[in-house]
Design a protein around this ligand. Sequence first.
Ligand code: GTP
Ligand code: MG
Length: 414
Amino acid sequence: MSKVRIYSLAKDLGVDNAKMLEILDGLGVSYKSVSSTIEEDTVELIKQILEEEARDGAPAAAAEAQPQTTPPAQAQAAQPQVNQGQAQGAQPQVAAASSPTATAEREPQVAAAAPAEAEVPHRAPVVTIMGHVDHGKTSLLDYIRKTKVAAKEAGGITQHVGAFEAQTSKGRIVFIDTPGHEAFTTIRARGANVADIAIIVIAADDSLMPQTREAIAHAQAAKVPMIVAINKVDLPQADAERVKTDLTQLNLVPEEYGGDLVVVPVSAKTGEGVEDLLEYISLTAELEDLRADPKAPFSGVIIESRVDRQAGVLATVMVQQGTLHVGDFLVVGEGYGKIKAMTDSAGGRIKEAGPSTPVQVLGFSEAPASGETVLSAKNEHAAREVIGARASDRRDSENARERRKLTLEEMMGE
Ligand code: GTP
Ligand code: MG
C-alpha cells in the first residue's frame, strides 16, 4: 500500500542512489527523480534482487563482502550459459547484466557501461536561483553563503563575484548569484547553459507572480531540473498549501500531490528548511550524474565582467571543463588575455581552478560579455591565431550577408 521514495529506500537498504536507479531501469520501472516514489511491490522486488545479488556475490558491495577470486578466462567460459539462463529467469535484466561478467570483474555494471565515461570524475552542481521580485532570492543566498562559506582573507582584487561555492554536508554546491534572470536570459541567449539546476523561489505569502511564471518558463526552456523553494514560511500569513495548489494549476504537481515536483518550504530568515533544500539539490545533482574532466582542455563561460578603476578588467569565469592556471592565455570572442591573478568566490587568491569553480580572473584587456565561452591557448601566438581566424570568419560571413542583401535589392529593383 504505502509508497516509498527512491532515495530513502536506497538509504534504508544501504546502497547508493545510482545503484537503485540501475535496478529500477532493469525492472523497467519509470521514475522522474530519486525523490520519486515507488510502489511496495517494486520495493519487494528490489529487496529480492539485492538479496540474490548478495548471495551470488554479483556486483559492487557484494563482491567485496565475499571476494570471489577473479576466475581466469577459461573459468568464465566453463561457467556458462546454463547459469546465466537460470539467473535470468529468476531475476530479470539486472541479473542478466551482472551474471557472466560479474565474476570476471569486480564491478561488472560499471565495466559494462562506457568505461571512458566512468573515469571522468563527478563535478559539483551549478545552481541558479530565480523568482519574483522580493520573494527572497538574495536573502536565501545570503543565508546559505553565511552558513556555508568560510570567508577567506581577500586577495585584493575582488569585491563581488557573481557566483559562489558552498560547502555542505553533501559536498560542494555552486550558486550563481546574478540578479534577475540574467543567468538564464543573457547567458543562454549566447548558447551557453551554465546552470544544472534551477531553484524557483516563491514567497509563501504571495504565491505565484508574473516573474515566477517567467522563471519557470526559463527553466523549462533550458531543460534544467527545477526545485521550488517556498520561502518566508516563518510569516504568520504564509500559505504554503496555496502555493502548491497554484503550481498544480500550471501542471507542476508537487510530490505530495502525486506529482514529481520537489517543493521545499524554507525561511531565509530563520534558516528553516535550508538544509533540506541543500539535500534536494545534492540528490538532484546525483541523478543528473554531472561529470567533467579536470585534465581535459579548458573551457568555460563568462558569468559577468566589469572594469575596476584600479585593477582593470575583472571577469568571473565558470570553469566547465579542464583546469585554469594563473599564466594561461584565454580566448574570448575576438579578444584574448593572460591570467595575471585569480580569486575564488570567497576572495582568496588561487593558482588553479577545476570544473564547476567560479573564479574571478584579472588579465583581459577588454570586458568580455556574459555568456561568452572561454577557451585557453598554449601561448600568446596560438591565442592570436585563434582570434585571427575568428575575425576572418566573421568578415567572410559579413561579406556574404552583404552580397545576399545586394542581390535581394537588385531583385526587388528589377
Ligand atoms: P529582488 O532581488 O528585488 O528580486 O528581491 P529578492 O527576491 O532578492 O528578495 P530579497 O532577498 O531582497 O527579500 C525581499 C524582502 O523579503 C526583504 O525585506 C527580506 O528581508 C524579506 N525576506 C526574505 N526572505 C524572508 C523570509 O524567509 N522570511 C521573512 N519574514 N522575510 C524574508
Ligand atoms: Mg535580490
